[in-house]
Every structure is written in structure tokens, then in C-alpha cells.
Design a protein around this ligand. Structure first.
Ligand code: ACO
Length: 428
């Protein structure tokens, strides 16, 4: 059987044979389908990219029907159990797991680029005390671009590599400083003796103690959460990263754009929204009333549903188990009972079953973050730090793909036809 698609255009009676590769046809192959010589040619219309592959990617695989997530072929469950976040970053960016020397070199490089320019402290001072940390992070990423004009040479692999390392290394510092700024506490400088996550915790939580010692269970839990959030193929923020990066903008402004996309409550802002939702529900007995409200269109069950997963999000399962380990240290988050009951009721309810709505990564992550002492506004920031690796891997892949060009979608114009300008005093 040939791997082709035969299309008959009923407007003209003409037939076209279009190749099928990897389960896709090329949208450009449709352009030959015309009703006349001056016809532009057929386009596909796909608002929100629901059925359009925008790239060929070898980084992350999601099988949403079966609830599978793999980075470079490795199942997320195995990575969460056996790997570390920095090893996973290496894997995502390089395609293979590092050997010992490669791993040590990678950790060493990231560890030695964690400091940021002192002027950034001044820039941070410009924000009001109650500025949302995501707004600060987006701005600080844009500001970093001004410190590294060299990073504009996005076609130079050595320059790219240097700034990939810098961006991954500096994200925790910017994030922690955004947090300390909200508290009015002095910034804590990176401690190179700690792990990536341990150092982040120190920059967040260290007070007068001479040496901050992260709790090993919490340090590992945050590392696992970072692994789970490191990449998720072509989601809204990865698409923003690729799209902005395709104009050859430097990686820092592209990361600012990706972070801005992540900030929205339908994406990385969802874990914050979940917490607010659980707080608003307040007690288990009010869940049925809340569910009825959702079914009647009064808001969504946040942390449920996904564009790609039509099955249990595998990350949600890992996080649910992790929650118990964390709560043994921190004490149980009282909102957990509401979350567990809400999940149970929703998974049995016809509305959610019919629409194949399952918990996503954000349903339980906020509970862990809250138990660990993070304020709700920091949740999307905690997502942005590890996702920086994924964004950079996607960006690098886009830049090295000879088929990619500046991203420039088409439109179906539905506005007014040509008309003459009307002077203001003659308008109705
Ligand atoms: N609660 C109630 N109903 C929902 C929910 C939800 N969380 N999600 C989807 N639906 C319903 C929709 O109302 C729609 O119903 P209809 O067919 O009767 O109109 C149907 O399910 C399909 O929903 P869409 O909005 O078309 O699905 P889409 O793929 O566009 O949206 C999204 C996916 C944005 C994640 C959505 O499920 C949602 O808003 N979830 C809540 C926010 C959330 O948790 N986001 C985090 C996503 S994971 C991440 O970014 C890390």
C-alpha cells in the first residue's frame, strides 16, 4: 500500500496524490490544489494547533491516549526514580545520558554560573513589594539579555552552549531573588557546595544560619518535581520559545516569552489556581456543590484536563506518591483530603468521564509546594526553573533544524473588503 493520500477537489474534479510521512501530510503540499491559476492554493485551518505538527522533534514523546511520557526515550517514571534533575537536563539537551566525566563537567559548569550581575539587584528594586514573582522573573530574563549581547549569535554552537549553561544556572538565582524581594529579605548568594536544588532552597530560605542544610527528603522531592517539569514537547510555552526564537532573538528574551506563556492559568499558572480552588472549596462536604457548579459552566476544575493526555497524566501519579513522602516531613497539607476526594468524585462523574478529563501535573504539585513553605505565587516560578531546560532544548533543536524558518502562520481573512476612508465628520 503506498504511503499517500489521494485528494479529489470537487470544485475542479482534479485529483492529487500527496505523500504521507510519519502519519502526517505536509500542509505545503495542499497549496498545489487550486481552482484557477491565480488562486493562492488550499491551506489548512487549525486554530490553537489542535492537529498541526509544527516540527519534527526527538526530545520528548507524549502518548496522551496511553498516558505515556518519555524524555529521549526514557520513561518519566524511571527518570523520576533514578535520575537527578541536572542529569535529565543533560539528557534533554544532548540526547544521551552523560557518562561520569560528562556529568561531573556539566554539574561543575552549571554550578559555576549561578551568580548574576549585581545590577540585577537594582533592577529588582524597581518592583513594588507585592509584585508577582512571575512578572519579576519574566522581566529579569529580559534584563539578562542586555548583559549578554554575545548571546544574539544564536547560529554559533559555542555561543549557544555557553548561554544555555548560563540560563539554566541563573534561573534559580533570579527566582529566589524574586521571592526574597517580596519578603523584603536580603538576597542570598549561591552556595556552590550545594546541589542545584539545595542551593535554590538555600537562596530561598536561608536566614541567619552560617550554612543552610536542605532537608534531604525535601531536596530530593524538589529535584523529582524538577525532573517531572523539565519538558513537555510542543506546549504553549515551548511553542512561544520556538516562535520567538525563530526570529533569531537571543535565548534570554525567548525565555522571557516562554515564561510569559507559562504564567497563564491555563498553563503553568494552573497549580496556583488549583490551590486557590481547594482553598475556596474549603471542606470535603462542599465538593458536590462545587462539582455541580463546574458542570453548569461556573469555572473549571483546575488541575484537570489536558490537550494531549486523555488518560491519567503520568506525572500526576508520581507526584501523588511523592506528596506522602513530603508530608511525612512537613505534616499533612490539610487541603490534601479535599484534593483526594475531589479527584475521586470527578473520576467517577459522567461529565468528566465522557470528556476524558483526568488530573494533570498541577493537581497535586501545589499541595507539595505549599507544604514545603512556598507561597502560592511562587508555584509557576517553580515550574519555570526546570522548564528552562526543555525550552532551551526545543530552541536548540529548532535552530539546528534545516527545515525551520521564522514562524509565520497564515490566516483566513474574514474582515471588511476594500473601502474608502471616511473623514471623521462624515462618519455616522
Ligand atoms: N474542568 C471542567 N471542564 C473542562 C475542563 C476542566 N478542567 N477541561 C476541559 N473541560 C471541558 C470543556 O469545557 C469542554 O467541554 P465541552 O465539550 O462540553 O465544551 C471539554 O472539556 C474539552 O475542553 P477544551 O477546553 O476544548 O480542551 P482543551 O484541550 O482546549 O483544554 C486545558 C485543555 C486548557 C488544559 C483544559 O483542560 C483546562 O482548562 N484545564 C484546567 C486548567 C489546567 O489544569 N491547566 C493545566 C494544564 S497542564 C499544564 O499546562 C502543565
Amino acid at each position: 500500500m503506498p504511503d499517500t493520500l489521494t485528494i479529489t477537489d470537487n470544485r475542479t474534479g482534479k485529483t492529487y496524490e500527496i505523500p504521507i510521512q510519519d502519519g502526517t501530510i505536509r500542509a505545503m503540499d495542499l497549496r498545489q490544489i487550486k481552482v484557477s491559476d491565480d488562486d493562492f492554493g488550499l491551506m489548512s485551518y487549525d486554530p490553537a494547533f489542535k492537529n498541526t505538527a509544527c516540527c519534527r522533534s526527538a526530545i520528548t514523546l507524549i502518548d496522551g491516549e496511553r498516558g505515556i511520557l518519555r524524555y529521549r526515550g526514557y520513561p518519566i517514571e524511571q527518570l523520576a526514580e533514578k535520575s537527578t534533575f541536572l542529569e535529565v537536563s543533560y539528557l534533554l539537551l544532548h540526547g544521551e545520558l552523560p557518562n561520569k566525566a560528562q556529568y561531573d563537567g556539566w554539574v561543575d559548569e552549571i554550578t559555576h554560573h549561578t551568580y548574576v550581575h549585581e545590577f540585577l539587584k537594582e533592577a529588582m528594586r524597581g518592583f513594588r513589594y507585592d509584585a508577582h514573582p512571575m512578572g519579576k522573573l519574566v522581566s529579569m530574563l529580559g534584563a539578562l539579555s542586555t548583559f549578554y549581547p554575545e548571546s544574539k549569535k544564536v547560529r554559533d554552537p559555542e555561543v549557544r552552549k555557553r548561554h544555555i549553561i548560563k540560563a539554566i544556572a541563573k534561573m534559580p538565582t533570579l527566582a529566589a531573588w524574586a521571592y526574597r524581594h517580596s519578603l523584603g529579605q536580603p538576597y542570598v548568594y549561591p552556595d556552590n557546595e550545594l546541589s542545584y536544588v539545595g542551593n535554590f532552597m538555600a537562596m530561598l530560605f536561608k536566614l541567619a544560619e552560617p550554612k543552610y542544610e536542605p532537608h534531604p527528603v525535601l531536596e530530593r522531592a524538589l529535584d523529582v518535581l524538577f525532573i517531572l517539569h523539565a519538558d513537555h514537547e510542543q506546549n504553549c510555552s515551548a511553542n512561544a520559545m520556538r516562535s520567538v526564537g525563530s526570529s533569531e532573538a537571543d535565548p534570554y528574551v525567548s525565555l522571557a516569552a516562554a515564561s510569559a506563556a507559562l504564567y497563564g492559568p491555563l498553563h503553568g499558572g494552573a497549580n496556583e489556581a488549583v490551590l486557590r480552588m481547594l482553598q475556596a472549596i474549603g471542606s470535603v462536604d462542599r465538593i458536590p456543590e462545587f462539582i455541580e457548579g463546574v458542570k453548569n459552566g461556573k469555572g473549571r476544575l483546575m488541575g484537570f484536563g489536558h490537550r494531549v493526555y486523555k488518560n491519567y497524566d503520568p506525572r500526576a501519579r508520581v507526584i501523588k506518591n511523592l506528596a506522602h513522602e513530603v508530608f511525612e516531613v512537613t505534616g499533612k497539607n490539610p487541603l490534601l483530603d479535599i484534593a483526594v476526594e475531589l479527584e475521586k468524585i470527578a473520576l467517577e462523574d459522567e461529565y468528566f468521564v465522557k470528556r476524558r478529563l483526568y488530573p494533570n501535573v498541577d493537581f497535586y504539585s501545589g499541595l507539595i509546594y505549599q507544604a514545603m513553605g512556598f507561597p502560592t505565587e511562587m508555584f509557576p516560578v517553580l515550574f519555570a526553573i526546570p522548564r528552562t531546560t526543555g525550552w532551551l532544548a526545543q530552541w536548540q533543536e529548532m535552530l539546528t533544524d534545516p527545515e525551520q524558518k521564522i514562524a509565520r502562520p497564515r490566516q483566513v481573512y474574514v474582515g471588511a473588503g476594500e473601502r474608502d476612508y471616511v473623514p471623521m465628520d462624515a462618519r455616522g
